[in-house]
Design a protein around this ligand. Structure first.
Ligand SMILES: *Cc1c(COP(=O)(O)O)cnc(C)c1O
Length: 355
């Protein structure tokens, strides 16, 4: 991959690679040696650099700390059997970062800066991409306001940073979820479609209450009527009722446009599965649980790809879903996606960038 952006490179004098146990990686705790940084000043991005991952200096009046003008992304790179680096759908992440940025009055990051910065960073920290089956490199790009000013207005200065974390074989054990009918994650006209920092702070408290009751995660409902299933806190959700795959549409501005969601829907259609992008009513979900027409329920997201749902709590009742074998759609689509990501089968969708 040729890059054209001029990037100043300052490599670390002391790599953490030797001190890292790749057999014991906890998600988001082990961070690779370097980060890509760009600054937005006087209306333009500049000062592109790769430097050792290190603490930032921020003034206590930093606008992000007070008003949350901050957006992020999450994606992964993989190594194939030949040791080459494969990047999954990074162009989609770049576009989504800018959709989030626009909503939060944050300047967009041009594709060249995002992609060239990322490519160079992956080249320099290539040894951090695990080559064991199921392992990958999680990539966290983010943009935040850096004005030191307490007035509420869009900042004039920003930082764009990308850093990466090697992550272990992310097998998500089936999760239990509670249908949340009181609190709201996103409302129409709000910021639910954006990967904006504040959305996640706002979901912590309701999620904590659910965890105290023994549930792993929430299934959010719409903010107006609480009668339609929207998504989970960091995953879109899909339901197989009889032979139809149902997931919320992304047209209301309340649903995060998951790239895993889009990939699963694309593959489902190719597999001949009937797909409906529509809101599933809570009552409809309860009916399907009662008469056993709900065959599968699962979350989709970059971290786990597919997270099976084993228990659903709705309106005071717990429903258990049986374990899924290899013939289940969720497991078949997971296998196909993994095979594409690790370069084991042909990438017929243009999803993979090989470095
Ligand atoms: C990131 C995220 C997802 C999943 O998006 P992917 O692109 O598939 O990782 C779903 N819902 C929310 C709220 C998210 O933040």
């Amino acid at each position: 991959m040729n890059t054209t952006l001029t990037i100043a490179i300052n490599k670390t004098a002391k790599s953490k690679l030797q001190d890292t146990n790749f057999d014991d990686l906890k998600f988001g705790q082990t961070i690779s040696d370097h980060m890509f940084v760009a600054d937005y000043v006087n209306g333009a991005w500049g000062d592109f650099r790769i430097e050792p991952y290190a603490p930032l200096q921020l003034n206590p009046a930093n606008a992000t700390l007070h008003y949350g003008q901050s957006v992020f992304e999450g994606m992964k790179a993989y190594k194939n059997d030949a040791g080459e680096t494969l990047l999954f759908r990074a162009d989609a992440n770049q576009k989504r970062l800018n959709e989030s940025a626009k909503r939060m009055c944050i300047p967009e990051v041009p594709e060249e800066i995002f992609m060239d910065g990322l490519m160079k960073l992956l080249e320099i920290d290539s040894a951090w991409i695990p080559n064991k089956p199921g392992c990958s490199l999680y990539i966290r790009p983010f943009v935040f306001a850096t004005d030191d000013y307490l007035g509420i207005r869009p900042s004039e200065k920003y930082k764009f940073i990308i850093f990466t974390c090697p992550v272990g074989n992310y097998y998500s054990k089936p999760v239990s979820v509670k249908v949340e009918c009181k609190y709201t994650r996103a409302a129409e006209g709000g910021t639910g479609f954006a990967k904006a920092a504040g959305n996640y702070a706002g979901s912590l408290y309701p999620a904590l209450l659910a965890q105290k009751d023994g549930f792993d995660q929430l299934l959010w409902t719409d903010g107006k009527s609480h009668q339609h299933i929207e998504e989970s806190g960091t995953m879109n959700v899909m339901f197989m009722i009889n032979d139809t795959l149902i997931t919320a549409p992304t047209t209301t501005g309340t649903i995060l446009k998951g790239i895993t969601r889009d990939s699963v829907l694309t593959l489902a259609k190719e597999m001949g599965i009937k797909v409906e992008e529509r809101f599933l009513r809570v009552a409809e979900l309860e009916d399907a649980l009662r008469n056993n027409t709900l065959k599968e329920a699962f979350g989709t997201g970059t971290a786990a790809t597919i997270a099976h749902i084993a228990k659903i709590h709705v309106n005071g009742n717990d429903y258990i879903l049986p374990e899924k074998d290899d013939t289940a759609f969720s497991n078949r689509v997971l296998k196909t996606l993994d095979d594409i990501k690790y370069g084991k089968i042909a990438d017929t969708h243009g999803w993979i960038i090989k470095l």
